[in-house]
Design a protein around this ligand. Structure first.
Ligand SMILES: *Cc1c(COP(=O)(O)O)cnc(C)c1O
Ligand code: SF4
Length: 357
């Protein structure tokens, strides 16, 4: 067993175990952890500074998860967009291949909460086979995103088997891996793993940092190893109440990500997933955070703020309103709030941006 596998085995998986580390009443949480599995790695547990802090909120079950509300288990209709169980095909040229239903830490805000960590949620070899067969038979797919759960919870040889089969498909141009292990189990990013991955370029890794406290010497080393293997690193952050719904926190996170060679890609508005409603923020909150980034710090540190539309209708980037149009005269608001005039060409068709949605 590799060290990271031992650390998975040594993780906390019940509220009672957590109560050995923090003075909490674990009883009300037992039911939550039964409904939605719990796992906190020794490393991620060590990042908690106090009860209910931003790390705690991401990984410790909360009674609010069982609240009866109108939210749905699968609001993005991923299951309706699955031609075969381990695959989601929503956009014309790219698919999500679900290669694992396990994660190092079960995030309380997970959009695939209905599925991750459960026995029924697991994918069999034959389900993976039929997903790969679908990709082989679908020539418009040029981008395959390995997701789950967390693909890097699979052992190296299994992962290499999948990468090897995908690379043999001529129309698959790029492969992306979505993984939270650099954040929650950085020891997973071994030298051996990186040596294997670099044989399957062009390969991109999108990771998932949500708070500056997650950027540590260990997670920095994990990212450096991937970057040194020539892998472009992106980050998808979920905007969450009580975790990172603050401009200064978000700005620091984005800047620190660049410092560890990770390019911020998306900030996600919370999906309307059952069991996660207590993390929701208003869209206005995200827009004001975005205003606090754009111009105030590097464009490199300013990702797209996106809403993933209900029903699987796609991700839409939204921007603060900063343009007004009268004929060919544009009025543009800069990061300091000054409104500056810009002359457009006469002949071009009217710009649609100024319309209010
Ligand atoms: C987010 C997502 C993708 C990838 O979208 P990009 O904008 O290309 O990163 C693909 N398929 C599904 C189902 C998704 O949710
Ligand atoms: S690592 Fe990703 S898939 Fe796994 S629980 Fe967290 S958000 Fe969900």
């Amino acid at each position: 067993m590799e060290k990271w596998q031992k650390n998975i085995a040594n993780s906390i998986t019940t509220p009672d175990e957590l109560a050995l580390h923090f003075p909490i009443d674990s009883r009300p949480l037992r039911e939550v952890a039964k409904r939605y599995p719990m796992r906190i790695t020794p490393y991620y547990l060590g990042l908690i500074r106090e009860e209910a802090d931003p790390i705690w909120r991401q990984c410790v079950p909360d009674s609010d998860e069982l609240k009866e509300d109108e939210l749905l288990p699968d609001p993005l209709n991923e299951e309706g967009l699955s031609p075969t169980r381990a695959l989601i095909h929503r956009y014309p040229d790219r698919v999500v291949l679900l290669v694992s239903s396990a994660c190092a830490v079960y995030c309380r805000f997970c959009m695939r909460k209905r599925q991750v960590g459960s026995v029924e949620g697991r994918f069999s070899d034959s389900e993976i086979d039929s997903a790969i067969a679908y990709i082989e038979n679908t020539p418009q797919v040029r981008d395959v995103i390995l997701s789950g759960g967390d693909p890097l919870l699979q052992p190296d040889d299994l992962l290499e088997n999948i990468l090897g089969r995908l690379r043999k498909i001529p129309h698959v141009e790029i492969i992306r891996i979505g993984t939270r292990t650099p954040v929650t189990l950085p020891e997973r990013i071994t030298v051996r793993l990186c040596r294997m991955l670099k044989r399957y370029h062009p390969l991109y890794v999108n990771t998932h940092f949500n708070h500056p406290w997650e950027i540590t010497p260990q997670s920095s080393l994990a990212c450096a190893r991937l970057a040194d293997a020539g892998i472009q690193l992106g980050n998808q952050t979920v905007l969450m109440k009580g975790v990172n719904d603050d401009t200064d926190v978000m700005k620091l996170l984005m800047q620190k990500l660049l410092a560890i060679r990770v390019r911020p890609y998306y900030i996600h508005q919370m999906d309307l997933v059952k069991g996660t409603g207590h993390f929701r923020t208003s869209v206005g909150k995200g827009l004001s955070i975005l205003e606090g980034l754009r111009g105030h710090t590097s464009g490199m540190a300013t990702p797209h703020f996106v809403i993933d539309l209900p029903g699987g209708k796609g991700k839409v980037p939204i921007l603060p309103d900063c343009i007004e149009r009268g004929g060919n005269r544009l009025l543009l608001r800069n990061y300091l709030g000054e409104v500056i005039e810009y002359q457009d060409l006469e002949s071009d068709p009217p710009c649609q941006l100024a319309q209010s949605y």
